[in-house]
Every structure is written in C-alpha cells, then in structure tokens.
Ligand binder design. Structure first.
Ligand SMILES: Cc1ncc(COP(=O)(O)O)c(C=O)c1O
Length: 373
C-alpha cells in the first residue's frame, strides 16, 4: 500500500527536511526583488537601474540587475550533478551556501552544528557568526589515514540539539573519502532530527560516486559542490547546494536578492559545455598523476614524517620541523598552507598539487635546494 499523502490530509511529514528549518522561517517569503516578479515587458522601469549602460560595459548590459537564479545555470548545474533543476541552488561559492544553511536551519543560542576537526574552517565560522554552538567529534588519525568516527557522530548528534552535521568528503585537509554507505547509515539514523551536509568540494579528484545519489531515499542529505576547484573558476565564486526541492526553495527565499554576478554566470555556463568539461577531466587527470609523483617524492624526502593518502588536489604531510620546511619553501617563493594551528596538526603543512614544474620546486625546496618556482 502507498504511504498516505500527509500534506493532503493536513498532517506534517516528520521526514520532510522543511521540518528542520527554523519555525520562524517556515512561512518567510524573503525579499521580493524586481527580478523575482514574473512580469514581462519591453520597457523596464521597476528596479531603479540606469537606463544607459556604463561606458566600460562593452555590450554586457551590466546596468540591469541579474536573474537571481538563471535557468541556464541551474539546468547546467543540475545536468552536471545529476539532479533536477529544482533541487539545486547556486550561490557565491559554497562558502555562501554553508552560511545560508546555518542561518536557515539553526536557531541562534539554541541549536548546534556538528563538525569533525580537522576540517574546513567555514562550518564553524558561519556557526559562530550566527550564535550557534559547534559540537566537535574529532577525526581519528588511523594507520590508513584520517577516519570519521561515524558511531560517535551519531551519538553526539542524536543526544544534543544538532541540526546540521557537516561532513567533508574528500576531507579538507584530511584527504579522506567517506564511504557513501556510512553517510547513508548516519543520515538514516538522523532523519527528522538533523540534516547531513556532505561537502564535496574535491570529489572530482576522487573519481567516486557523489552523495547526490542518496537524495532519492534520504531527504535529510544535503550536498555541496563548487566550480572553484576542478572546474578552475575560484574567482567566479559559483558554488551549489543540492537537496530536497522544498528545502532549496526555502534556502532561496533566505538568500540575498542578486547573489550571482552576470559575468560570472556567463563564464560558468561556458565552462560547463561538453568541450570545457572534457578539458576539466584532463586537468583532473593531470592533477592525479602529479599527486602520485609528489606523494612519492615527499615520502622519500628527509625530514618528512608522514604523507597522508589524499583523494583531493592537495597533500597533507607531517614534518620533523614544519617551521623550517615552511621557511625553506617561502624562501624558494613557494607558499603552502601552514596547518599548525589546527587541532592535532602541530607539525603539518598542506600542499596543493601544482603544475609539474611547481611540484618539482616544492620537492627541491624541501630537499634544501631552494629553487624558486
Ligand atoms: C571543503 C571546502 N568546502 C568549501 C570550500 C569553499 O569553496 P568555494 O570557493 O565554493 O566557496 C573550500 C575552499 O577551499 C573547501 O576546502
């Protein structure tokens, strides 16, 4: 027998992710911008724009406010990520989307987010800015790399007012890819209690299935993607959240009126056509080859204690003297990420995979040759 349609009989569905958003935002309509009104005409005088373009405009017609969520971009992102356009919302990088989720879901001073340090810092930053407590369940530093303690995450999230669980897969800076089966089990156990947000900023480098595939059965799964890494568009600031269509509509109502700049949208649409996607695939393949070379080179370099396995476009390594290594790299003109402030990483640096020449410069500098990139 089919499940009854709860909405049609006036009952709330406890598994609807909208049940997890802040009560005071359930009927929030947000700002009705001039572009969100569904009007047509050929004389546009409803947004207090300049009727003439700027002399520097070059035909781009930037004197008009942009469409908040251009249909072409939404369709291209949906095709890229394997979901329906109504399940995707584009934002000013995934940074904006993380912030949006925290603000839409967590009641300041009451709810909490859960993170698994060491992890991407913006989850905690957005939570703190919103007056939301951060529950930490540290990663386990195991022989085969960093692991999420899924059992501990489930217990912590289930016993505290955690509304958002942030998982990063592949993890930054851990490099660890999380098994979809573990994410699914966690999400199932937290249905009706918390959203499980899977940040897949680096998934293209892992060549593995996205958690988007879980959305069909688990409505509390939320996936974050970005064009900043494999798609090489960090400065265009385009990220995306993929989730239940009702939740996406609510998030859009909470978003700033015109989050996406027209030149960036045009660039992103161009970067998602078939030939640009082939070029992305070949860049990713080159990064994977270089990642293996750099990992081998680091593992055999003097003063390197440990190189973690990585599914991202970076390597996390521990050094006998991380300060000296950092200084050597800097004097060779090579800037890497000093991780020593992160919990459990007081001897670690994170090195992004560069071009073959840049990676050689890294190894030479670490070996003490001091060759500038
Ligand atoms: C795990 C992770 N998520 C999200 C982001 C932010 O990406 P975006 O450029 O889309 O804001 C980063 C940036 O480094 C990241 O490492």
């Amino acid at each position: 027998m089919n499940a009854p349609d709860l909405a049609s009989i006036g009952q709330r569905d406890p598994l609807d992710p909208l049940e997890l958003v802040r009560d005071d935002l359930c009927d929030f309509v947000g700002y009705r911008s001039a572009r969100s009104e569904n009007l047509s005409g050929h004389v546009w005088l409803n947004a207090n724009e300049s009727p003439w373009p700027n002399t520097a405009d070059g035909g781009a017609l930037l004197h008009r406010y942009p469409d908040p969520q251009p249909a072409a971009l939404r369709s291209a992102l949906a095709a890229l990520y394997g979901c329906r356009p109504a399940q995707v919302l584009a934002g000013r990088g995934s940074d904006e989307v993380i912030d949006l989720l925290v603000r839409a879901v967590c009641r300041p001073g009451a709810d909490a987010v859960l993170v698994t340090p060491p992890t991407f810092g913006m989850y905690a930053v957005s939570a703190r800015l919103h007056g939301t407590r951060v529950v930490e369940v540290p990663l386990i530093d195991a022989a085969d790399g960093w692991q999420v303690d899924f059992a501990a995450v489930g217990v912590a999230a289930g016993s505290q007012p955690v509304k958002l669980v942030f998982l990063c897969s592949p993890g930054n800076p851990s490099g660890t890819l999380l098994p979809l089966v573990d994410i699914a089990t966690l999400a199932r156990s937290l249905q009706g209690r918390a959203l499980v947000v899977v940040d897949e900023a680096y998934i293209e480098y892992a060549g593995s299935e996205s958690a988007v595939s879980l959305l069909a059965t688990l409505r509390n799964v939320v996936v974050l993607r970005t064009l900043s890494k494999a798609h090489a568009l960090a400065a265009a600031r385009i990220g995306a959240v993929i989730a239940d269509a009702g939740l996406i509509a609510l998030l859009q109502r909470c978003q700033a009126p015109y989050p996406l700049a027209t030149p960036c949208v045009d660039l992103a649409c161009g970067a998602l056509d078939a030939s640009a996607r082939r070029a992305t695939d070949s860049r990713v393949a080159e990064v994977l080859g270089e990642r293996a070379i750099l990992a081998r080179g680091l593992a055999s370099a003097a003063g390197v204690r440990r190189v973690y396995p990585s599914h991202g476009n970076f390597l996390l390594a521990r050094f006998d003297d991380a300060q000296e290594t950092f200084d050597r790299l800097i004097s060779a003109g090579v800037v890497v990420r000093d991780m020593r402030q992160a919990p459990g990483l007081d001897d670690a640096l994170r090195i992004t995979i560069g071009t073959p020449e840049q990676n050689v410069a890294v190894l030479q500098a670490i070996a003490g040759a001091g060759v500038a990139a």
